[in-house]
Design a protein around this ligand. Sequence first.
Ligand code: CUA
Length: 318
Amino acid sequence: MENDTTGTLFLPPQSSTISGDVDALFNFVLYASIVFFLLVVLLSLFFVLRYRRRGQLTLSTGPSHNTKLEIVWTLIPLVLVFIVFFWGFKTFLKMHIVPQDAIDIKVTAQKWFWTFDYTKAGVNSLNELVVPVDQPVQLTMSSTDVIHSFYVPGFRVKMDVLPNRYSVTWFQANHTGEFDLFCAEYCGTSHSDMIGKVRVLNEREYNEWLEQQSMGGDDMPLPELGAKLFSSKACITCHTVDGIPKVGPSFKGRFGSKQPMDDGQQVLIDENFVRESILSPMAHVAQGFQPVMPSYQGLLKEREIDALIEYMKSLQEE
Ligand code: CUA
């Protein structure tokens, strides 16, 4: 990124077309607040010292009002809030009216990962939103469970993602690079791990990426592909490969063993079990764990399920 100079104490460098507007208004409110804070505090201090008790008091009744002063302290704040309102409203409209030619991407939030469906190209990705630079992108978002919030600080874009309805937002990235994506609404145990990336590519790289996505790692050995999917499909949010359980059991040493389920049944962890766990996780829930695993139905290709199984097999205790 060439212009890193636009980052501030509060926010990372401006990387979308609206970030300048958002920051300008934010700074206006910030500096106006600082000016009035200083004005009030310094004047108070001055009056406290200037009019402190000195010797015997002679009290007068004092003025009951001062019309000029009252008009001034009404008009100045009035003007200020009008500036903030109209400026804010203008920017709000800009942020909410999606350009006609925007690329449409469907966003699904669930505990605890993001799915991005490229409706036109027919591909999807998890926790990684890939977009072309200098083109408007429309996000139509919904949640399958609780309220999440889609937040990309670099783009100054934040929008709640709700169950049972769609919320829409858009942005246009104005330089290439990688940007943080956070969930900004507490949504349960792994809320803080519900982290993704937005990768902004140039047009050619973007089209290459779309093509690559539709092939789905066909040239890779299965365990290697599985290891890649383990993080790219967000298994890593809830599972580990080092034997220490997280939200879900660790993958290490689990394949081929017999494990107790929440109904007391002992189940052999074999290919069919892992497959079922991925596609219908509620069928058998491992004892000692919450039934919070989302279904990956429609999110993984057959070969990708095979790859995850092979990867799990490769993780045996030494
Ligand atoms: Cu999803 Cu917090």
